[in-house]
Design a protein around this ligand. Structure first.
Ligand code: NAP
Length: 247
């Protein structure tokens, strides 16, 4: 049996675990960071919690005789992606990064590019005063120094970092419908949307809503991937890659 480690925390990672459950000659273990209180669990073996940096991960890989790694973490989870590339390289284990394509703008969109969250916080005052902040809960404090804006902060679990001084927290997990996003943005008189360029279909309804309402979108760019990383864009690509490296 070839042992596959899936670094997870995304819908794609769950879907891949499901696909590998039916693949002969392969056994997979999914790894979650443990950030979400009640995560949607993948099928099959699951482990939860950090490894202890690249060193800890390398030790874990050797101890569990992993044959191949699929890094199916979120496009903004840069640290685990760097650590995984480093540990895989040191252990001589093949690794592929499964990354859904980024969103790209369409006619009618008014997107403003931000290099990262700190830059976005600097750009925001020029764009609006009633902000829909949809960047997850971990880095909300990048906006905590903005006093003139009001924020609707949407996250799955409550942030444990500083919130912007004028803000309301909305706990919700996608997928979201366009009509609901439009109603929510109208209700709160949102005049700017802030999002990471996560890609995918779970949370893209807000982009359709912003286009429909003529609301600008401050779109935070993805962090770069490790330079040598092999990548695939979807589950089929990851399954094909696993088939090739475990043959
Ligand atoms: P990160 O900054 O890249 O990683 C921070 C640390 O968390 C890592 O060094 C590692 O700890 C641990 N970790 C991260 N992902 C892990 C995994 N799949 N299995 C075991 N340990 C993991 O990651 P993050 O941005 O905090 O994201 C954490 C998790 O949430 C990831 O699984 C990611 O896919 C998911 N997620 C992130 C976002 C986002 O916007 N960042 C959005 C949706 C889902 P050690 O160094 O101790 O190994």
């Amino acid at each position: 049996m070839a042992r596959i480690l899936i670094l997870g925390g995304t819908g794609e990672a769950r879907a891949l675990a499901g696909a590998l459950a039916d693949m002969p000659g392969v056994e997979a273990v999914s790894s979650l960071a443990g950030r979400v209180r009640a995560p949607r669990l993948p099928v099959g073996d699951v482990r939860v919690g950090g490894f202890g940096g690249a060193d800890g991960l390398a030790e874990w890989l050797r101890g569990h005789r992993v044959d191949a790694i699929v890094d199916a973490t979120h496009p903004f989870a840069a640290r685990i992606t760097t650590n995984a590339a480093d540990a895989a390289d040191r252990c001589g284990i093949p690794l592929v990064v499964l990354r859904r394509p980024a969103w790209s703008s369409r006619p009618g969109d008014n997107w403003v590019d931000a290099a990262n969250l700190a830059a976005a916080a600097g750009q925001l005052p020029d764009l609006g005063t009633r902000v829909f902040l949809t960047i997850g809960r971990q880095e909300v404090d990048a906006f905590a120094g903005l006093y003139a804006q009001w924020f609707l902060v949407r996250a799955i679990d409550p942030p444990d970092v500083a919130m912007p001084p004028q803000s309301t927290l909305l706990l919700a997990r996608g997928p979201f419908a366009v009509a609901d996003e439009i109603a929510l943005m109208r209700e709160h008189r949102i005049d700017v949307l802030v999002t990471k360029n996560s890609g995918g279909t779970q949370t893209d309804a807000k982009l359709d809503a912003a286009r429909e309402l003529g609301v600008p979108v401050l779109m935070v760019r993805r962090p770069p991937l490790p330079s040598a990383a092999a990548t695939v864009e979807d589950i089929a690509g990851a399954v094909e890659w696993i088939g090739a490296v475990t043959r």
